[in-house]
Design a protein around this ligand. Sequence first.
Ligand SMILES: [Mg+2]
Length: 396
Amino acid sequence: MKITNVRTMLLSAPIPPERRWRSDFGTSVKFDAAIVVVETDDGITGYGEAKGSPPVIQAIVETRLKPTLVGQDPTRVEYLWERMYSGSRTELALKHGRPYHGHNVRGEVLCAISGVDVALWDISGKSLGIPIYRLLGGGVRDRIRAYASGGWAGPSQAGPELAGYVEKGFTAVKMRVGGLDDEEFPGRSIRRLREVREAIGPRVDLMMDAHGALTVSQAVALARGAEEFRIAWFEEPVIADDDLQGLAEVRQRTPIPIATGENEQTRFAFQAILDARAADVLQPDIAIAGGLTECRRIAALAHARGIVVNPHVWGSALLWAASLQFAAATPNCTIFEFCQGYNPLLSDLLTTPVAVGNDGHNRGLVEVPAAPGLGAELQPDVEEKYPYLETTAYPS
Ligand SMILES: [Mg+2]
């Protein structure tokens, strides 16, 4: 089997005014997705999502990566990852067994590599008629506990919002704190946390996410105020990529576990977080960090330190599907992010629904599909149904 073409589908789903939410990023008015499509000469097509600006991803995939891929065997995933990452020094990298990075393999280039990587795993699974997690070792679980990821509502609305997710079946919920409470910090965040803990009761796990927007002192002040609400993790208290020591300092000064990593790329960045003893939970995004191939390496590094890897899952249903395969195959993955923002690219993109169980032994769990590859089949008309919109996702 040979790769015959590599292209990118650009999709947008507008969010109707009554379904929008506001965070420190602004008001979300649309979701975008860049879906990498890898075609082969025996009719199998692989799909994988790449984060970043969709037109930029498209240009990178079709001008930089496609020439290194066409004509190659798509099932040689590790080899093709090396080709995309090491470029003209691939043979040196393989001869000496160490990384020889190409020029500028970060940012959207690595996001594009991530999308191709997932599409190659998809093809490999489909060509053998088995799900990806079976290629990755056979699976350690067939269902995983999910957490509802939302929590933008202000005081007096936050409790009902998060309690609504518990009603849908979730046994863990995450809310946004910090930046969106800027006008009265940390009091407004702490008030919202108290209301949520009262609304969801003592047994549901509650996480909080500051989007990397705080200083070390602000993060410690918020953590101290939040400790009585039994917080399962404090996500991105400070930005990881320019202040690992700051992150480690926050971790030393609170018993609340620290989570980070949704914007980090490659095993090298995650190794630095581990070396700085800066986090209890790593959250690589498979569409950013380097695909399934690189996230497996990150998981192995973390496992050696007793650290869990719970991926960031905020995108289309293809990121959801890739992340589920990862969760099924990775022993130190313990919980799965389920975006609660209105997103048709997550809820309506596939022929099978994305859902959390809400009865008996399935309550709060997401099932891993057993179909080949990603176990995800796109609706036939997605490019017509979700044409790309060249507007910003956060106009205000
Ligand atoms: Mg986050």
